[in-house]
Design a binder for this molecule. Structure first.
Ligand code: RFL
Ligand code: PHB
Length: 392
Protein backbone atom coordinates (compact mmCIF):
# COMPACT_ATOMS: atom_id res chain seq x y z
CA UNK A 1 0.00 0.00 0.00
CA UNK A 2 1.34 3.39 -1.05
CA UNK A 3 0.48 5.92 1.73
CA UNK A 4 0.62 9.70 1.68
CA UNK A 5 -0.41 12.53 3.99
CA UNK A 6 -1.83 15.94 3.12
CA UNK A 7 -4.04 18.70 4.51
CA UNK A 8 -6.71 18.71 1.77
CA UNK A 9 -7.39 15.76 -0.53
CA UNK A 10 -9.10 16.91 -3.74
CA UNK A 11 -11.11 14.40 -5.78
CA UNK A 12 -11.27 15.51 -9.43
CA UNK A 13 -8.72 17.31 -11.57
CA UNK A 14 -11.20 19.42 -13.56
CA UNK A 15 -11.33 23.21 -13.23
CA UNK A 16 -12.85 23.20 -9.69
CA UNK A 17 -10.29 20.82 -8.21
CA UNK A 18 -7.32 22.45 -9.92
CA UNK A 19 -8.35 26.00 -9.04
CA UNK A 20 -8.88 25.06 -5.40
CA UNK A 21 -5.51 23.29 -5.38
CA UNK A 22 -3.69 26.33 -6.80
CA UNK A 23 -5.37 28.78 -4.42
CA UNK A 24 -4.49 26.58 -1.44
CA UNK A 25 -0.92 26.36 -2.70
CA UNK A 26 -0.60 30.17 -2.75
CA UNK A 27 -1.21 30.25 1.02
CA UNK A 28 0.89 27.18 1.81
CA UNK A 29 -1.93 24.67 2.37
CA UNK A 30 -0.77 21.26 1.16
CA UNK A 31 -3.10 19.33 -1.17
CA UNK A 32 -3.20 16.29 -3.43
CA UNK A 33 -5.46 15.96 -6.51
CA UNK A 34 -6.70 12.55 -7.67
CA UNK A 35 -8.19 12.37 -11.18
CA UNK A 36 -9.98 9.44 -12.81
CA UNK A 37 -8.86 10.27 -16.36
CA UNK A 38 -5.48 10.98 -17.96
CA UNK A 39 -4.35 14.61 -18.26
CA UNK A 40 -4.69 14.39 -22.08
CA UNK A 41 -8.32 13.31 -21.69
CA UNK A 42 -9.15 16.19 -19.32
CA UNK A 43 -7.45 18.68 -21.68
CA UNK A 44 -9.32 17.27 -24.68
CA UNK A 45 -12.77 18.22 -23.37
CA UNK A 46 -14.36 21.25 -25.05
CA UNK A 47 -16.75 22.96 -22.66
CA UNK A 48 -17.31 26.44 -21.32
CA UNK A 49 -16.27 29.60 -23.10
CA UNK A 50 -17.53 32.57 -21.08
CA UNK A 51 -15.79 33.61 -17.85
CA UNK A 52 -17.23 36.00 -15.27
CA UNK A 53 -15.08 38.68 -13.66
CA UNK A 54 -15.16 36.71 -10.37
CA UNK A 55 -13.50 33.72 -12.01
CA UNK A 56 -10.87 35.95 -13.62
CA UNK A 57 -10.14 37.44 -10.16
CA UNK A 58 -9.69 33.93 -8.73
CA UNK A 59 -7.29 33.07 -11.56
CA UNK A 60 -5.35 36.25 -10.69
CA UNK A 61 -5.29 35.27 -7.02
CA UNK A 62 -3.98 31.84 -8.01
CA UNK A 63 -1.32 33.51 -10.24
CA UNK A 64 -2.62 31.78 -13.40
CA UNK A 65 -4.36 34.66 -15.20
CA UNK A 66 -1.52 35.76 -17.48
CA UNK A 67 -2.70 33.98 -20.64
CA UNK A 68 -6.40 34.69 -19.95
CA UNK A 69 -5.49 38.40 -19.83
CA UNK A 70 -3.37 38.25 -22.97
CA UNK A 71 -5.59 36.03 -25.10
CA UNK A 72 -9.08 36.32 -23.54
CA UNK A 73 -11.53 38.57 -25.31
CA UNK A 74 -13.61 40.91 -23.10
CA UNK A 75 -17.24 41.16 -24.27
CA UNK A 76 -19.48 44.05 -23.37
CA UNK A 77 -22.78 42.63 -24.56
CA UNK A 78 -24.72 39.75 -26.12
CA UNK A 79 -27.23 39.54 -28.95
CA UNK A 80 -30.59 37.84 -28.49
CA UNK A 81 -32.45 36.67 -31.59
CA UNK A 82 -36.09 35.77 -31.97
CA UNK A 83 -36.84 34.41 -35.44
CA UNK A 84 -35.63 37.26 -37.66
CA UNK A 85 -35.69 39.95 -34.99
CA UNK A 86 -32.72 40.65 -32.78
CA UNK A 87 -31.69 42.94 -29.96
CA UNK A 88 -28.38 43.65 -28.23
CA UNK A 89 -28.10 43.71 -24.45
CA UNK A 90 -25.25 45.99 -23.39
CA UNK A 91 -23.51 45.13 -20.12
CA UNK A 92 -21.73 48.47 -19.59
CA UNK A 93 -25.06 50.37 -19.65
CA UNK A 94 -25.94 48.54 -16.44
CA UNK A 95 -22.82 47.26 -14.73
CA UNK A 96 -19.15 48.02 -14.82
CA UNK A 97 -17.87 44.53 -15.74
CA UNK A 98 -17.51 42.66 -19.02
CA UNK A 99 -17.32 38.87 -19.41
CA UNK A 100 -14.22 37.31 -20.95
CA UNK A 101 -14.39 34.76 -23.75
CA UNK A 102 -11.60 32.26 -22.98
CA UNK A 103 -12.09 28.51 -23.20
CA UNK A 104 -12.38 26.23 -20.18
CA UNK A 105 -9.83 23.99 -21.95
CA UNK A 106 -7.31 26.84 -21.77
CA UNK A 107 -8.14 27.60 -18.12
CA UNK A 108 -7.53 23.92 -17.31
CA UNK A 109 -4.27 23.90 -19.28
CA UNK A 110 -3.04 27.02 -17.40
CA UNK A 111 -3.94 25.43 -14.06
CA UNK A 112 -2.13 22.16 -14.86
CA UNK A 113 0.96 24.08 -15.99
CA UNK A 114 1.01 26.06 -12.74
CA UNK A 115 0.45 22.87 -10.71
CA UNK A 116 3.32 21.11 -12.46
CA UNK A 117 5.58 24.14 -11.96
CA UNK A 118 5.02 24.14 -8.18
CA UNK A 119 5.34 20.33 -8.11
CA UNK A 120 1.81 19.87 -6.81
CA UNK A 121 1.04 16.19 -6.30
CA UNK A 122 -1.53 14.85 -8.82
CA UNK A 123 -2.50 11.23 -9.44
CA UNK A 124 -4.12 10.40 -12.78
CA UNK A 125 -6.05 7.31 -13.91
CA UNK A 126 -7.22 6.57 -10.36
CA UNK A 127 -9.90 3.90 -9.93
CA UNK A 128 -12.35 2.98 -7.18
CA UNK A 129 -11.95 6.07 -5.01
CA UNK A 130 -13.52 5.49 -1.59
CA UNK A 131 -13.82 8.17 1.11
CA UNK A 132 -13.56 6.87 4.68
CA UNK A 133 -13.51 8.25 8.20
CA UNK A 134 -15.28 11.52 7.46
CA UNK A 135 -16.56 11.60 11.06
CA UNK A 136 -13.00 11.38 12.44
CA UNK A 137 -10.42 14.19 12.36
CA UNK A 138 -8.30 12.21 9.86
CA UNK A 139 -10.39 11.09 6.86
CA UNK A 140 -8.81 8.83 4.24
CA UNK A 141 -9.13 8.28 0.51
CA UNK A 142 -8.31 4.90 -0.89
CA UNK A 143 -7.98 4.16 -4.61
CA UNK A 144 -5.97 2.12 -7.05
CA UNK A 145 -3.75 2.99 -10.02
CA UNK A 146 -2.96 0.15 -12.42
CA UNK A 147 -3.94 -2.33 -9.73
CA UNK A 148 -1.66 -0.81 -7.03
CA UNK A 149 -3.46 0.27 -3.83
CA UNK A 150 -3.06 3.86 -2.56
CA UNK A 151 -4.15 5.68 0.60
CA UNK A 152 -4.20 9.41 1.36
CA UNK A 153 -4.79 10.57 4.95
CA UNK A 154 -5.97 14.19 5.18
CA UNK A 155 -7.80 16.80 7.30
CA UNK A 156 -10.53 17.60 4.74
CA UNK A 157 -11.84 16.17 1.45
CA UNK A 158 -12.94 18.44 -1.42
CA UNK A 159 -15.36 16.62 -3.75
CA UNK A 160 -14.66 18.29 -7.13
CA UNK A 161 -15.42 15.20 -9.19
CA UNK A 162 -18.23 16.46 -11.39
CA UNK A 163 -21.79 15.20 -11.80
CA UNK A 164 -20.77 11.53 -12.26
CA UNK A 165 -18.27 11.44 -9.40
CA UNK A 166 -18.35 9.52 -6.11
CA UNK A 167 -18.27 12.35 -3.57
CA UNK A 168 -21.92 13.37 -3.62
CA UNK A 169 -23.05 9.76 -3.09
CA UNK A 170 -20.93 9.57 0.06
CA UNK A 171 -23.48 11.88 1.75
CA UNK A 172 -26.07 9.48 3.22
CA UNK A 173 -29.30 9.35 1.22
CA UNK A 174 -31.41 10.38 4.23
CA UNK A 175 -29.41 13.61 4.57
CA UNK A 176 -29.02 14.43 0.86
CA UNK A 177 -31.82 16.33 -0.89
CA UNK A 178 -31.65 16.44 -4.68
CA UNK A 179 -33.64 18.82 -6.88
CA UNK A 180 -33.68 18.11 -10.59
CA UNK A 181 -35.22 19.19 -13.88
CA UNK A 182 -34.32 17.38 -17.10
CA UNK A 183 -35.08 19.30 -20.32
CA UNK A 184 -36.60 17.52 -23.34
CA UNK A 185 -33.74 18.45 -25.72
CA UNK A 186 -29.96 18.65 -25.94
CA UNK A 187 -27.30 20.86 -27.52
CA UNK A 188 -25.26 19.71 -30.46
CA UNK A 189 -22.00 21.67 -30.47
CA UNK A 190 -19.29 21.99 -33.09
CA UNK A 191 -15.92 23.70 -33.24
CA UNK A 192 -14.80 24.96 -36.65
CA UNK A 193 -11.68 26.77 -37.82
CA UNK A 194 -13.61 29.65 -39.31
CA UNK A 195 -13.95 33.31 -38.26
CA UNK A 196 -16.92 33.89 -35.90
CA UNK A 197 -20.17 35.08 -37.49
CA UNK A 198 -20.23 38.12 -35.18
CA UNK A 199 -17.97 39.78 -32.62
CA UNK A 200 -20.42 39.07 -29.76
CA UNK A 201 -22.32 35.91 -28.80
CA UNK A 202 -25.72 35.41 -30.44
CA UNK A 203 -28.34 33.39 -28.53
CA UNK A 204 -31.28 32.76 -30.88
CA UNK A 205 -34.73 31.27 -30.47
CA UNK A 206 -36.61 30.44 -33.66
CA UNK A 207 -39.46 28.20 -34.78
CA UNK A 208 -36.69 25.81 -35.87
CA UNK A 209 -35.12 25.67 -32.41
CA UNK A 210 -32.38 27.29 -30.37
CA UNK A 211 -28.95 28.24 -31.72
CA UNK A 212 -25.88 29.81 -30.12
CA UNK A 213 -23.01 31.39 -32.00
CA UNK A 214 -19.91 31.63 -29.85
CA UNK A 215 -16.17 31.67 -30.45
CA UNK A 216 -12.75 30.90 -29.03
CA UNK A 217 -10.63 33.29 -31.14
CA UNK A 218 -10.62 35.16 -34.46
CA UNK A 219 -10.35 31.90 -36.42
CA UNK A 220 -12.12 29.42 -34.15
CA UNK A 221 -15.90 29.39 -33.84
CA UNK A 222 -18.10 27.43 -31.45
CA UNK A 223 -21.70 26.90 -32.58
CA UNK A 224 -24.58 25.01 -31.00
CA UNK A 225 -28.06 24.01 -32.18
CA UNK A 226 -30.93 22.44 -30.27
CA UNK A 227 -31.25 18.71 -30.94
CA UNK A 228 -33.30 15.79 -29.74
CA UNK A 229 -32.18 13.91 -26.61
CA UNK A 230 -32.14 10.70 -28.71
CA UNK A 231 -29.79 12.09 -31.39
CA UNK A 232 -26.20 10.98 -31.79
CA UNK A 233 -23.41 12.82 -33.61
CA UNK A 234 -23.37 10.31 -36.52
CA UNK A 235 -26.85 11.54 -37.45
CA UNK A 236 -25.51 15.09 -37.77
CA UNK A 237 -23.30 15.58 -40.82
CA UNK A 238 -21.59 18.96 -41.02
CA UNK A 239 -23.99 19.93 -43.85
CA UNK A 240 -27.01 19.13 -41.71
CA UNK A 241 -25.55 21.13 -38.83
CA UNK A 242 -24.85 24.26 -40.92
CA UNK A 243 -28.28 24.05 -42.49
CA UNK A 244 -29.93 23.88 -39.06
CA UNK A 245 -27.85 26.83 -37.82
CA UNK A 246 -28.85 28.93 -40.86
CA UNK A 247 -32.51 28.14 -40.16
CA UNK A 248 -32.23 29.35 -36.56
CA UNK A 249 -30.04 32.49 -36.59
CA UNK A 250 -31.60 35.87 -37.58
CA UNK A 251 -31.10 36.52 -41.29
CA UNK A 252 -29.23 39.81 -40.78
CA UNK A 253 -26.20 37.87 -39.53
CA UNK A 254 -26.14 35.09 -42.11
CA UNK A 255 -24.14 37.01 -44.73
CA UNK A 256 -21.18 36.77 -42.32
CA UNK A 257 -21.47 33.05 -41.67
CA UNK A 258 -18.43 31.13 -42.87
CA UNK A 259 -18.94 27.39 -42.78
CA UNK A 260 -16.21 24.75 -42.81
CA UNK A 261 -15.45 21.24 -41.58
CA UNK A 262 -16.09 20.64 -37.88
CA UNK A 263 -13.01 19.71 -35.84
CA UNK A 264 -15.09 18.61 -32.85
CA UNK A 265 -18.72 17.61 -32.51
CA UNK A 266 -20.55 16.57 -29.35
CA UNK A 267 -24.00 16.41 -27.80
CA UNK A 268 -24.78 17.61 -24.27
CA UNK A 269 -28.05 16.86 -22.46
CA UNK A 270 -29.62 19.79 -20.58
CA UNK A 271 -30.32 19.48 -16.89
CA UNK A 272 -30.84 21.63 -13.79
CA UNK A 273 -29.74 19.90 -10.58
CA UNK A 274 -28.90 20.92 -7.02
CA UNK A 275 -27.75 18.75 -4.11
CA UNK A 276 -28.29 20.02 -0.57
CA UNK A 277 -26.32 20.23 1.65
CA UNK A 278 -22.99 20.76 -0.09
CA UNK A 279 -21.08 19.70 3.02
CA UNK A 280 -21.21 16.60 5.19
CA UNK A 281 -18.79 16.15 8.07
CA UNK A 282 -15.31 16.72 6.55
CA UNK A 283 -16.46 16.47 2.92
CA UNK A 284 -17.14 19.65 0.88
CA UNK A 285 -18.65 19.48 -2.61
CA UNK A 286 -17.66 22.01 -5.29
CA UNK A 287 -18.90 22.61 -8.83
CA UNK A 288 -20.70 20.04 -10.97
CA UNK A 289 -20.40 17.49 -8.15
CA UNK A 290 -23.10 19.48 -6.34
CA UNK A 291 -25.04 21.27 -9.08
CA UNK A 292 -25.65 21.36 -12.81
CA UNK A 293 -27.15 24.12 -14.93
CA UNK A 294 -28.23 24.00 -18.56
CA UNK A 295 -25.45 25.84 -20.46
CA UNK A 296 -27.77 28.59 -21.73
CA UNK A 297 -26.59 31.21 -19.22
CA UNK A 298 -22.88 30.18 -19.28
CA UNK A 299 -23.04 29.64 -15.53
CA UNK A 300 -21.63 26.10 -14.90
CA UNK A 301 -17.93 26.82 -14.65
CA UNK A 302 -18.57 30.23 -13.13
CA UNK A 303 -20.72 28.76 -10.35
CA UNK A 304 -18.07 26.10 -9.73
CA UNK A 305 -15.62 28.99 -9.30
CA UNK A 306 -17.80 30.73 -6.72
CA UNK A 307 -17.95 27.48 -4.68
CA UNK A 308 -14.15 27.33 -4.84
CA UNK A 309 -13.99 30.92 -3.59
CA UNK A 310 -16.13 30.12 -0.52
CA UNK A 311 -14.31 26.87 0.24
CA UNK A 312 -10.83 28.33 -0.24
CA UNK A 313 -11.56 31.22 2.14
CA UNK A 314 -13.11 28.88 4.70
CA UNK A 315 -10.09 26.55 4.63
CA UNK A 316 -7.76 29.55 4.86
CA UNK A 317 -9.65 30.81 7.95
CA UNK A 318 -9.25 27.40 9.53
CA UNK A 319 -5.55 26.91 8.77
CA UNK A 320 -4.49 30.52 9.43
CA UNK A 321 -6.76 31.44 12.38
CA UNK A 322 -8.10 28.11 13.64
CA UNK A 323 -11.57 29.48 12.91
CA UNK A 324 -14.14 26.97 11.60
CA UNK A 325 -17.09 29.39 11.28
CA UNK A 326 -16.78 29.75 7.50
CA UNK A 327 -16.33 26.00 7.04
CA UNK A 328 -19.51 25.47 9.07
CA UNK A 329 -21.38 27.95 6.83
CA UNK A 330 -19.88 26.79 3.52
CA UNK A 331 -22.98 24.98 2.27
CA UNK A 332 -25.31 27.85 3.18
CA UNK A 333 -23.10 30.52 1.53
CA UNK A 334 -22.40 28.51 -1.63
CA UNK A 335 -26.04 27.43 -2.10
CA UNK A 336 -27.38 30.97 -1.79
CA UNK A 337 -25.46 31.90 -4.94
CA UNK A 338 -25.99 28.53 -6.66
CA UNK A 339 -29.80 28.88 -6.58
CA UNK A 340 -29.62 32.31 -8.24
CA UNK A 341 -27.44 30.93 -11.04
CA UNK A 342 -29.90 28.03 -11.36
CA UNK A 343 -32.78 30.47 -11.69
CA UNK A 344 -31.02 32.52 -14.38
CA UNK A 345 -29.98 29.44 -16.41
CA UNK A 346 -33.49 27.97 -16.16
CA UNK A 347 -35.03 31.30 -17.24
CA UNK A 348 -32.68 31.70 -20.23
CA UNK A 349 -33.43 28.10 -21.22
CA UNK A 350 -37.22 28.67 -21.03
CA UNK A 351 -36.91 31.84 -23.07
CA UNK A 352 -34.76 30.51 -25.88
CA UNK A 353 -35.77 26.91 -26.69
CA UNK A 354 -38.59 25.19 -28.50
CA UNK A 355 -40.25 22.83 -26.00
CA UNK A 356 -42.20 19.89 -27.48
CA UNK A 357 -45.03 20.51 -25.00
CA UNK A 358 -45.32 24.25 -25.72
CA UNK A 359 -48.68 25.54 -26.93
CA UNK A 360 -49.13 28.68 -29.04
CA UNK A 361 -49.78 30.48 -25.75
CA UNK A 362 -46.36 29.49 -24.38
CA UNK A 363 -44.75 30.72 -27.60
CA UNK A 364 -46.48 34.09 -27.27
CA UNK A 365 -45.17 34.28 -23.70
CA UNK A 366 -41.61 33.78 -25.00
CA UNK A 367 -42.20 36.52 -27.56
CA UNK A 368 -43.60 38.91 -24.93
CA UNK A 369 -40.51 38.30 -22.80
CA UNK A 370 -38.27 39.00 -25.82
CA UNK A 371 -40.15 42.26 -26.48
CA UNK A 372 -39.63 43.29 -22.86
CA UNK A 373 -35.91 42.69 -23.29
CA UNK A 374 -35.98 44.75 -26.49
CA UNK A 375 -37.68 47.73 -24.92
CA UNK A 376 -37.53 47.78 -21.13
CA UNK A 377 -34.37 48.98 -19.45
CA UNK A 378 -35.13 47.08 -16.21
CA UNK A 379 -35.41 43.79 -18.09
CA UNK A 380 -32.14 44.51 -19.88
CA UNK A 381 -30.43 45.39 -16.59
CA UNK A 382 -31.67 42.18 -15.02
CA UNK A 383 -30.20 40.07 -17.81
CA UNK A 384 -26.93 42.04 -17.81
CA UNK A 385 -26.20 41.77 -14.07
CA UNK A 386 -26.97 38.07 -13.99
CA UNK A 387 -25.04 37.28 -17.17
CA UNK A 388 -21.86 39.04 -16.06
CA UNK A 389 -22.22 37.33 -12.68
CA UNK A 390 -23.69 38.16 -9.29
CA UNK A 391 -21.17 39.19 -6.61
CA UNK A 392 -19.68 36.54 -4.34
P1 RFL B 1 -15.75 18.64 -14.25
O1 RFL B 1 -15.22 19.56 -15.31
O2 RFL B 1 -16.74 17.63 -14.65
O3 RFL B 1 -14.49 17.93 -13.59
C1 RFL B 1 -14.63 16.86 -12.68
C2 RFL B 1 -13.39 15.99 -12.78
O4 RFL B 1 -13.52 14.92 -11.85
C3 RFL B 1 -13.09 13.72 -12.48
N1 RFL B 1 -13.74 12.58 -11.78
C4 RFL B 1 -13.09 11.82 -10.87
N2 RFL B 1 -11.84 11.85 -10.41
C5 RFL B 1 -11.49 10.91 -9.48
N3 RFL B 1 -12.35 9.98 -9.03
C6 RFL B 1 -13.61 9.91 -9.47
N4 RFL B 1 -14.45 8.97 -9.00
C7 RFL B 1 -14.04 10.86 -10.43
N5 RFL B 1 -15.21 11.08 -11.07
C8 RFL B 1 -15.00 12.13 -11.88
C9 RFL B 1 -13.53 13.87 -13.93
O5 RFL B 1 -12.79 13.04 -14.80
C10 RFL B 1 -13.25 15.36 -14.16
O6 RFL B 1 -11.95 15.59 -14.66
O7 RFL B 1 -16.37 19.45 -13.02
P2 RFL B 1 -15.93 20.86 -12.38
O8 RFL B 1 -14.43 20.88 -12.16
O9 RFL B 1 -16.84 21.10 -11.25
O10 RFL B 1 -16.16 21.94 -13.53
C11 RFL B 1 -17.47 22.22 -13.97
C12 RFL B 1 -17.46 22.67 -15.44
O11 RFL B 1 -16.70 21.72 -16.20
C13 RFL B 1 -18.87 22.81 -16.02
O12 RFL B 1 -19.73 23.41 -15.08
C14 RFL B 1 -18.89 23.69 -17.30
O13 RFL B 1 -18.15 23.07 -18.32
C15 RFL B 1 -20.32 23.94 -17.76
N6 RFL B 1 -20.38 24.70 -19.02
C16 RFL B 1 -20.22 26.07 -19.03
N7 RFL B 1 -19.96 26.75 -17.89
C17 RFL B 1 -19.73 28.10 -17.91
O14 RFL B 1 -19.52 28.68 -16.83
N8 RFL B 1 -19.75 28.83 -19.08
C18 RFL B 1 -20.00 28.23 -20.28
O15 RFL B 1 -19.92 28.91 -21.30
C19 RFL B 1 -20.29 26.81 -20.29
N9 RFL B 1 -20.53 26.16 -21.43
C20 RFL B 1 -20.64 24.04 -20.23
C21 RFL B 1 -20.72 24.81 -21.43
C22 RFL B 1 -20.82 22.65 -20.27
C23 RFL B 1 -21.09 22.03 -21.47
N10 RFL B 1 -21.23 20.62 -21.45
C24 RFL B 1 -20.49 19.75 -22.27
C25 RFL B 1 -21.97 20.00 -20.38
C26 RFL B 1 -21.00 24.20 -22.63
C27 RFL B 1 -21.22 22.82 -22.66
C28 RFL B 1 -21.57 22.20 -23.98
C1 PHB C 1 -19.30 28.33 -25.47
O1 PHB C 1 -18.63 29.18 -26.06
O2 PHB C 1 -19.01 27.11 -25.49
C2 PHB C 1 -20.53 28.74 -24.74
C3 PHB C 1 -20.82 30.09 -24.62
C4 PHB C 1 -21.96 30.50 -23.95
C5 PHB C 1 -22.80 29.55 -23.40
C6 PHB C 1 -22.51 28.20 -23.50
C7 PHB C 1 -21.36 27.79 -24.18
O3 PHB C 1 -23.93 29.95 -22.76
Amino acid sequence: MNSEQTQVAIIGGGPSGLLLGQLLHTVGIDNIVVERQTKAHVLGRIRAGVLERGLISLLEQAAVAERAHAEGDPHDGVVLGFNNQHTRISFSDHIDKPVVVYGQTEVTRDLYEARDKCQGRTHFSVEDVIIKGLDSDRPELTFSINGAEHLIACDYVAGCDGFHGVSRHTIPADIRQEYEKVYPFGWLGILSETPPIHDELIYANSDNGFALCSMRNSNLSRYYVQCSTDDNTEQWSDDRFWHQLQQSVPQDFLCNLQTGPSIEKSIAPLRSFVCEPMQWQRLFLCGDAAHIVPPTGAKGLNTAASDVHYLFNALKDFYQSNNTTSLDHYSQHALARVWKAERFSWWMTQLLHQFPEHTTFDKRMQHAEFELLQTQVEAQANLAVNYVGLPY
